[in-house]
Ligand binder design. Structure first.
Ligand code: HEM
Length: 450
């Protein structure tokens, strides 16, 4: 009897409108909607976007089943197929054998040990970006940190001078990012073959992005000795079991994924981290104390990185409150039981690191910025999958160590040189939930020598 009742368990959710379901509420305020669902429905809620019913999972033990123990029943969320137009079918979106093969190929470049070899390059790249900063000037911090993380990816993984690619890749990317997010949230996006002004602009930007990446491939073919051993050369020389290399389209997709997954996320975390430091003098003071003690004015290294524990915790707390991947999801490839719920083949599951990180059961005083909460092995004391800025399981972030290292390096280097203050009459810093969670109107600061 008990078993039958459990089998019949059907998660509840807000009713929404008969046509679009809960899509309008989600569109109006994605982060608010996902947070309220957790408050109202607990470990799992059911919602509907148009005809599509989905579960939103908040219970870490259920999420563990989806991401780890029963991961083979799931592929990346089908709703991301809109994003595939520009992201392509690379390691973050591909499935099955293709995903496994590329992930295995690139994994050695992202181990903790290998990342250490990038530390010096990361320092040099950040230094180059900071050299143009003038004390007393007003800067758009959000753009600066984006330049830094973009240049770091370009330099460390592809041996490219990042600056030269800012216009050709980042500019079209920005436009596509905004339009793609809009299309993903729309019930009926205008098909791209219909020639509207928006669609034309979208397609033009997609074309520019492709050209930029194909140019990179072409240049490397002409100068194969450049960047020997880097990730680009590994991808370009990889052969499958039949001895065939990747096509240009496949290479384009893998490069694009790395640029997209790797630069915007870390840039957003750095921006949010500064926004908290600017509003918490006690955090700034503790950071200065740690940097003076550990670095004494020197640039960070892979060795000192390990000692910068407060700096790491400040970043972890910023990722708790402002997870760049504020939601993601999976679609079931077969009927599967998750806890007491039956997820049907084709049905989708969402989860929101942003909302889960506000669960007071695991994060007391959840809305306050308290880096100290991560001290004393805090993450070992809460359930696995309760804190998931980098996701988890076999599809978790491959760049987590890379990101932590570059963010610590950038934060220390900026903070040791400059004292940042919000620019006068700065509007409140609001969230904008596009593909990732970013400060809506950017952050402008005045930089002064420390
Ligand atoms: C603070 C920075 C970052 C955050 C918060 C972040 C977050 C995430 C999350 C949550 C996922 C899993 C998404 C899902 O389960 O659906 C993911 C996947 C991924 N990330 Fe990151 N990421 C960051 C930095 C990076 C960097 C620096 C790189 C590369 C240099 C990178 C490359 C990837 C790739 C390739 C995947 C797909 C992995 C797969 O599907 O096998 N990320 N990231």
């Amino acid at each position: 009897m008990k078993a039958a009742a459990e089998k019949m368990y059907a998660p509840q959710g807000p009713k929404g409108s008969w046509l679009s379901g809960n899509l309008m509420e989600y569109r109006q305020d994605p982060t608010g909607f996902l947070t309220e669902l957790q408050k109202d429905y607990g470990g799992v809620a059911q919602i509907r976007f148009g005809p599509q019913k989905m579960y939103v999972i908040y219970d870490p033990s259920l999420l563990k089943e989806v991401l780890l123990t029963k991961h083979e029943y799931f592929i990346k969320l089908k709703a991301f197929k809109e994003a595939r137009l520009f992201v392509g079918d690379g390691v973050a979106t591909s499935t099955g054998a293709k995903h496994k093969r590329v992930r295995k190929l690139i994994q050695p470049h992202f181990t903790r040990g290998h990342i250490q070899t990038y530390a010096e390059q990361m320092v040099q790249t950040v230094r180059k970006e900071l050299d143009s900063w003038m004390p007393g000037e007003r800067r758009i911090l959000t753009e600066d940190v984006s330049n830094i993380t973009f240049a770091v990816i370009a330099q460390t993984l592809f041996s490219l001078e990042g600056g030269g690619y800012t216009d050709s890749i980042r500019v079209p990317y920005e436009l596509i990012n905004r339009m793609c997010s809009e299309r993903m949230r729309s019930l009926f996006p205008v098909p791209l073959f219909i020639s509207t002004a928006n669609n034309r602009a979208y397609k033009k930007a997609l074309h520019e992005l492709d050209q930029a990446v194909f140019t990179i491939l072409q240049q490397r073919r002409e100068n194969p000795e450049q960047g020997a051993g880097d990730l680009l050369s590994v991808l370009m020389s990889a052969k499958d079991e039949n001895g065939a290399g990747m096509t240009d389209q496949e290479l384009r997709d893998e490069l694009m994924i790395m640029f997209i997954a790797g630069h915007e996320t870390s840039a957003n975390v750095l921006s949010w981290t500064f926004s908290y430091i600017l509003q918490h003098k006690e955090v700034e003071d503790k950071l200065y104390e740690e940097w003076d003690r550990v670095l004494g004015g020197n640039d960070p290294t892979d060795a000192t990185y390990m000692q910068l524990t407060y700096t790491q915790n400040v970043l972890r707390e910023a990722m708790r409150l402002r997870s760049p991947s504020f939601f993601t999801g999976r679609s079931a490839t077969a009927d599967v039981e998750i806890g007491h719920i039956t997820v049907k083949k084709g049905q989708s599951i969402l989860f929101s690191p942003y909302a889960m990180h506000q669960n007071p059961e695991y994060f007391p005083d959840p809305l306050s910025f308290i880096p100290e909460r991560f001290e004393n092995d805090f993450l070992k004391k809460i359930p696995q999958f309760a804190y998931i800025p980098f996701g988890g399981g076999p599809r978790g972030c491959i760049g987590n160590h890379f990101a932590m290292m570059e963010m610590v390096i950038a934060l220390c280097m900026i903070g040791q040189r400059y004292r940042l203050r919000l620019a006068p009459a700065h509007p409140p810093i609001e969230m904008e939930a596009l593909m990732t969670l970013r400060p809506k109107h950017g952050i402008q600061v005045i930089v002064n020598n420390r």
